[in-house]
Design a protein around this ligand. Structure first.
Ligand SMILES: NC(=O)c1ccc[n+]([C@@H]2O[C@H](COP(=O)([O-])OP(=O)(O)OC[C@H]3O[C@@H](n4cnc5c(N)ncnc54)[C@H](OP(=O)(O)O)[C@@H]3O)[C@@H](O)[C@H]2O)c1
Length: 326
């Protein structure tokens, strides 16, 4: 990417898209194109086609998606598969017609089989059954990877799918009803501290291991990939394997360690209670990130630092009243 390249971020107000946006601004890119959901509904093919033919972006970060937790995925499975298939198809097809040079398609580690060996290598895609709770979403994402691969083969495009691990950071969803474990624990701990409560209750035994990547580190990783020289970018897009790359830290922590770190960073000195009547989920989920490391990228935000920054962002959201009270 050159400093004046035309760069479109689809979903620039989301957790991932906003991190990519911050990183592009930090690196001095001047021609960043964005549209809010209200300005451009990516489900509307005619509007997407008109936008691409008017704006003619050179590079596309496809970070818009219909995203949700277990409850939303199991309540609205049809919405999740339909909207994601339509949205990504509209953007990928319009990108081809507009001659986009490179496209990064954001997927998710839920594309991998539920019980695959750890750490999870890119080659484990489609080697076993998926987690049933978000299978419609995962299948839409797998279709997106397959589309990138097929378009590359048939049309000579250069589209790459990136699979981040669990993310956290500013702009995260802190609503307890549908948030991920890390922002939910930040909120619960902050509220326990503010109210003087003596304990925080955590679902499950605390033993499952999870990997967490700070969103700004993902923003850097995505820009690093988009900026690879032609040879190294081309090497990620060969005919024999899907154009797919994991992004994570390569390190995991137990849920207990996560809760203890949050308690320490927020200064909560009460007790952490593990409700073992609640499910644990899969015992470990860790991505193999050796391919990404071989390209020279490593995450830079320490876990404590990332949690501190996310907590501050949560406090900001609260003071701006952009999140509802409990
Ligand atoms: N968060 C994670 O832990 C994580 C981990 C791995 C991978 N990912 C992947 O990263 C991608 C983005 O996730 P995220 O966490 O950033 O989600 P997010 O915070 O919900 O952001 C998604 C963005 O897409 C926009 N959008 C959705 N439908 C749209 C439509 N029809 N037209 C225009 N814009 C639309 C949303 O706008 P509105 O909010 O206005 O609807 C929002 O800005 C997803 O593919 C996800 O699988 C996320």
């Amino acid at each position: 990417m050159h400093s004046d390249s035309r760069i479109y971020i689809a979903g620039h107000r989301g957790l991932v898209g906003s991190a990519i946006h911050r990183e592009l601004l930090r690196q001095g890119y001047r021609n960043i194109i964005t549209r809010t959901h209200e300005e451009l509904d990516l489900l509307d093919k005619l509007a997407v086609d008109a936008f691409f033919s008017a704006e003619k972006p050179d590079f596309v970060f496809l970070a818009a998606a219909k995203v949700g937790g277990i409850l939303a995925n199991s309540t609205y499975p049809a919405d999740f598969i339909r909207d994601n298939l339509i949205l990504q198809t509209n953007v990928i097809e319009a990108s081809r017609n507009a001659g986009v040079k490179r496209l990064l398609f954001l997927g998710s580690s839920c594309i991998y089989p539920r019980l695959c060996p750890q750490p999870i290598k890119e080659e484990y895609l489609l080697t076993g059954p998926l987690e049933p709770t978000n299978r419609p979403y995962a299948i839409a994402k797998i279709a997106g990877i397959e589309m990138c691969w097929s378009y590359n083969r048939q049309f000579g495009t250069r589209y790459l799918a990136v699979m981040p691990t669990n993310l956290y950071g500013p702009g995260d969803n802190f609503e307890l009803a549908n948030s991920h474990v890390l922002p939910a624990l930040i909120r619960k701990t902050a509220e326990a501290k503010a109210s003087g409560a003596k304990q925080v209750v955590i679902w499950g035994t605390g033993t499952p291991r999870r990997e967490f990547l700070y969103s700004d580190d993902l923003g850097q990783a995505c820009c690093c990939l988009m900026n690879l020289d032609d040879n190294r970018f081309g090497a990620l897009l060969n005919e024999d394997t899907p154009p797919l790359i994991n992004i994570g830290t390569g390190e995991d922590v137990t849920i207990r360690e996560l809760a203890e770190t949050i308690a320490r960073e927020l200064g909560f000195d009460g007790t952490l209670v593990f409700d073992t009547t609640k499910p644990d989920g899969t015992p470990q989920k860790l991505l193999d990130v050796s391919l990404m490391h071989s390209l020279g990228w490593h995450h830079t935000t320490g876990f404590e630092e990332g949690i501190r920054r996310t907590w501050l962002a949560f406090c900001d959201q609260l003071s701006n009243q952009t999140i509802p009270p409990k």
